[in-house]
Design a protein around this ligand. Structure first.
Ligand SMILES: Cc1cc2nc3c(=O)[nH]c(=O)nc-3n(C[C@H](O)[C@H](O)[C@H](O)COP(=O)(O)OP(=O)(O)OC[C@H]3O[C@@H](n4cnc5c(N)ncnc54)[C@H](O)[C@@H]3O)c2cc1C
Length: 388
């Protein structure tokens, strides 16, 4: 019976699953989790495909963090496979490390010129530093600004336009700032102290996370069919629900998109299985000047699965999200107009009682997995200190 639950969590991705576990275990609450899809794990979901190759259905997910609490917390639910992600950009057939680094510099310009540039860059910005392309472009030294132009054109511009269908200037500076030039020979994509992949995959991690006697998970249930929102609170199955509600779905959908849809980019994943051991040189190859896809990921690099005769890749193509059946909203398009639209929806939630928005959809922002785990833990810290 729904009346026997203390808390309701909508969505079984990282936000919902961590919150459910905390409320159940630390708070001793009986928690009902409603998940629209027929599986747990949200966008981190992984599974074997028809060829038996483990894939990430909603795009490649690599765990990395600097947050000790998050790493320790998740380590309760999984062991880790050591994996350091490396990405190369295919620039007219030459593969160079991304983020663009000192090795890329040499591949792009040859030893002699690269050495000269390296000295100048390190003198100005320091060794092992990350400098954004936007900052490099502002440099008055003609050789450095020419380098910035090269990187901008060959690694960043077309890739960004494919991803966002906007020029970098039109995009939120925070998004643009995420793309650095790295004055180092460290060719790992992330430098965080803890990085890797759950040894048995993300879905297994989520199974452990949600495996608690106080947690009930119902799959294939769109919470909107069970919830009624009204001034001061919510009803579950027509009965007032007095407990905590944590909502991790899209906030516009909760209100029938009454002010219009929040804009997103969606992704199309073209999965292909090939009868070879390896399809490409690295876990991810970005196509920064050619091809309609932004990148190709080969999952076996990430998962460590050993299969000598086959491999599965995903080509990733970015489109505008329309809200059509089966489309997934992936990346919020952060800009002042969209933030204002989001704020309108957020206001509608402010008089729903103990109703909390949590996660990449509900908060209309990009979170890495570690960041949303940290956010879920800290929300539960607050909720569990508060007396109901
Ligand atoms: C392509 C891609 C690659 C990424 N790669 C990385 C990476 O390498 N490393 C990293 O740290 N992060 C990565 N991320 C970010 C990562 O996906 C997010 O941090 C994570 O998904 C956030 O979890 P969440 O619970 O907020 O959202 P989600 O995982 O989307 O979970 C929300 C859940 O709520 C459910 N839901 C929504 N509405 C309803 C409803 N009405 N009723 C019931 N259920 C509902 C959804 O079905 C979903 O399962 C990537 C993101 C993308 C898009």
């Amino acid at each position: 019976m729904t009346q026997s639950y203390d808390c309701l969590v909508i969505g079984a991705g990282f936000a919902g699953a961590v919150a459910a576990r905390e409320l159940a275990e630390r708070g001793g609450k009986r928690v009902l989790v409603l998940e629209r899809r027929n599986h747990i794990a949200g966008n981190a979901y992984d599974l074997p495909d028809e060829a038996g190759v483990v894939i990430h259905q909603y795009g490649p997910h690599i765990f990395h963090t600097r947050d000790r609490r998050v790493y320790d917390y998740l380590s309760r639910f999984t062991r880790w496979r050591d994996y350091q992600h490396r990405v190369v950009a295919n620039v007219h057939g030459v593969e160079m490390p991304v983020p663009f680094n000192l090795t890329s510099l040499e591949l792009a310009f040859g030893k002699e010129k690269a050495q000269r540039l390296e000295e100048k860059l390190i003198a100005q910005y320091g060794a092992e530093e990350k400098v954004t392309i936007l900052d490099l472009r502002k440099n008055e030294d003609p050789e450095i600004s020419a380098l910035a132009d090269y990187v901008y054109e060959n690694v960043f511009l077309h890739y960004t336009m494919k991803q966002w269908d906007q020029s970098p200037e039109e995009i939120d500076p925070n998004t643009t700032a995420r793309v650095p030039v790295f004055l180092s020979r460290d060719d790992r994509y992330f430098q965080d102290p803890w990085q890797g992949m759950p040894l048995d995959g993300y879905t297994a991690l989520f199974r452990n996370l949600l495996d608690h006697p106080n947690i009930t998970v119902e799959l294939g249930v769109d919470a909107r069919t069970r919830l009624t929102l009204h001034e001061g609170g919510v009803e579950l199955d027509g009965v007032p629900f007095p407990g905590i509600v944590i909502y991790t779905g899209a906030v516009d959908e909760l209100f029938g998109c009454r002010y219009g849809r929040l804009p997103y980019r969606t992704l199309e994943f073209r999965f292909e299985t090939h009868p070879v051991e390896w399809y490409q040189s690295h876990g991810t190859v970005n196509y920064t000047v050619s091809e309609p896809w932004t990148r190709i990921t080969e999952f076996k690099y990430l998962t460590g699965q050993e299969l000598p005769d086959r491999t599965t890749i995903a080509k990733e193509i970015s489109h505008a999200y329309t809200g059509a059946e089966g489309e997934t909203p992936y990346y919020a398009i952060i800009n002042p107009a969209n933030n204002a639209l989001y704020a309108q929806y957020r206001t509608l939630c402010s008089n729903l009682g103990q109703f909390y928005l949590l996660g990449r959809l509900a908060e209309y922002k990009y979170y890495n997995m570690d960041a949303i785990v940290a956010r879920a833990l800290s929300l539960c810290d607050d909720l569990l200190q508060r007396k109901e």
